[in-house]
Design a protein around this ligand. Sequence first.
Ligand SMILES: *Cc1c(COP(=O)(O)O)cnc(C)c1O
Length: 419
Amino acid sequence: MSADLEQRLADLDEHGLRRRMRLVSGPQGSRVVLDGKPVLLLCSNNYLGLAEHQKVREAASEAALRYGAGAGASRLVSGTMSVHRKLEAALAEFKGTESTVLFGSGYLANLGVVSALATAGGRDTVVFSDALNHASIIDGCRLANAQTVVYDHCDTEHLALLMEQYSGRPQIIVTDSVFSMDGDIAPLAEIAELKARHGARLIVDEAHGTGCCGPGGRGAVADAGLPEGAVDVLVGTLGKALGSYGAFAACSATMADFLTNTSRPLIFSTAPPPPAVAAALAALELVQTEPGHTTRLQANAETLRAALAREGFEIVGSSTQIIPLIVGDAALAMRICELAIEGGVFAQAIRPPTVPDGTSRLRLAVMASHTKAELREAATVLGKAALQAGFRPASGLPVAATQGAGASSPRALRAVRAA
Ligand SMILES: *Cc1c(COP(=O)(O)O)cnc(C)c1O
């Protein structure tokens, strides 16, 4: 009955691409028990350690007692509660926009924002998407059935050329700010300039920027100092630095109204649960009142990068808390991951289709709650694991492949492609 599925799983196995869920016991701290074994956690997006912060937990439990476990309906029926409104107001103030709209998750937010805007422009709309954008952006283009043109990673010359080629049609540019698998930052000033020149719309996904970089942790867009109105919709998630679950779109009041009326993942899905919303609100307050969380995260990222360099790893491109160790081969990445776990460090191997073919990697994610000693020790463990697996860090791959940049995006991807 399910022989075809078993065959498909066996194929994945053979290519080193079979996935399974590992089990973490207890909260998402800097040290966890993984499948029964204590390890240092080096691949969680709980960057600021706020998921297990006492104040955030208390906010969630108080909200559960006050508002209940669930919102009971979608935002447009009876699911909009005072706690949703409070968080939307706080996020708008944090991001410096007129409005924000909460979504169920970052995945749903991208799906909803990209598809709603692509549909609004009509059939002629062209979406320009960075080659390394998150899967949820790609799926948003699919949902809209929009023509999608992929430009080389962070390559604004390529983007300019393509926008020229498609001039006269409604255009949307969409990009991650901090790239989820490479930890580099999009050239937002140049992108905003192109957007203005062509009268396009710009959507920026700050899933990994919010709380982690920029003035007061306000993100990479705030850091870029873009002119007013440069970004039409800024998407952020509550599930990463803010330690909870859910997401938001920060934008003008008109845009918020438009999304509320047209974004299908918002309209046809239950509103985020009050405990998650209250937790994010408490986390946002901590980001603003205790800037030490963000500055510690940045200092920790520096420490890990330096320690990895001493081990001979080539770190190119990453300037954030996300640090990729690019290995290339999927099975080899898995082997290094398993050996590192034996050594007490958990850094998940990331393989295609999450990253382009031939760029399998260990994606390291630093947390503010790591100590410097833990990070130095982790670098040593990873260096040993790499050697033991037969991977020579410094010479494993040409530098180009570790740039994550244009260099690692397969040529095939740069071809104009209709989604
Ligand atoms: C994680 C991530 C998302 C999805 O956010 P969730 O809240 O986890 O659904 C969207 N965009 C990027 C760039 C991400 O890394």
